[in-house]
Design a protein around this ligand. Sequence first.
Ligand SMILES: N[C@@H](CCC(=O)N[C@@H](CS)C(=O)NCC(=O)O)C(=O)O
Length: 210
Amino acid sequence: MKLYSYFRSSAAYRLRIALNLKAIEHQIQPVNLLKGEHKSDEYLALNPQGLVPALELDDGRVINQSTAMLEFLESQYSQHPLLPADSFEAAQVRAWVNIIACDIHPIDNLRVLKYLTGTLGASEDQKTAWYQHWITEGFKALEPQLQGPFCFGDAPTLADVYLVPQVYNALRFETDMSQFPKIMAIYQHCNQQAAFSDAKPESQADAPGR
Ligand SMILES: N[C@@H](CCC(=O)N[C@@H](CS)C(=O)NCC(=O)O)C(=O)O
C-alpha cells in the first residue's frame, strides 16, 4: 500500500507509526504541503478534502481520514493489535484517543492557525496562545488516565499512536510540558522503539536536509 505523507503532518505520523508497529509493507509518497501539492488536481482526486494523509491500497482504492485508515488496518491486520480485545477497554482507549483526534488536533492544525493569523488578523503571539491553550486543556484530561510504560500498559495501542505525534507538535510550539510528567515519560519510552523513531518527522525522506 502507499501512504501519502508530509514529514511534519501529525495525522500522517500516526499512520507511519501504526504501519511500522504492524510491520505492514508500504511505500511513502511525500506530498509537500508548503508547495501546495495537497491542493493539486492529482491529489484532490485521491483526497477531495486536500488533506494529508491518504492511504492507497494495492488495488487502487483509497481511504481518507487517519482514524478511518487506522481502524481499517486494525480490522485487516491482526498482528500487533492496537486495541484491547475487551470491548469496554477498547472503548476506553478510543475515548482517550478522541480527545486528541477530535478535541485537540482539529483546532490546532495548520489551516486553522493560518485562518487565525490570515483572515482573522490574530498576531503570532495570539496564535501561539491559542495553540498552547487548547493543547494544554486536552493534555490535562489525558494525563490522569495514563498507566505506563505505554499509555495503557505494557504494549503500545492506538493511544500511543496518537500521543507521540501530538507531543512532538506541542514541543515544536514550545508548550510547557512540565505539568505532564506521565505524558513525557511515555513519549520518551515510545521513542526508544524503532517503530516510533523510524516514523519521526526528521527520519522521513522529505525532511529538509535529507
Ligand atoms: N482529520 C484529518 C486531519 C488531516 C489534517 O489536518 N492534515 C493536515 C496535516 S496534519 C493537512 O493536510 N493540512 C493541510 C492544510 O492545513 O492545508 C485526519 O485525521 O486525517
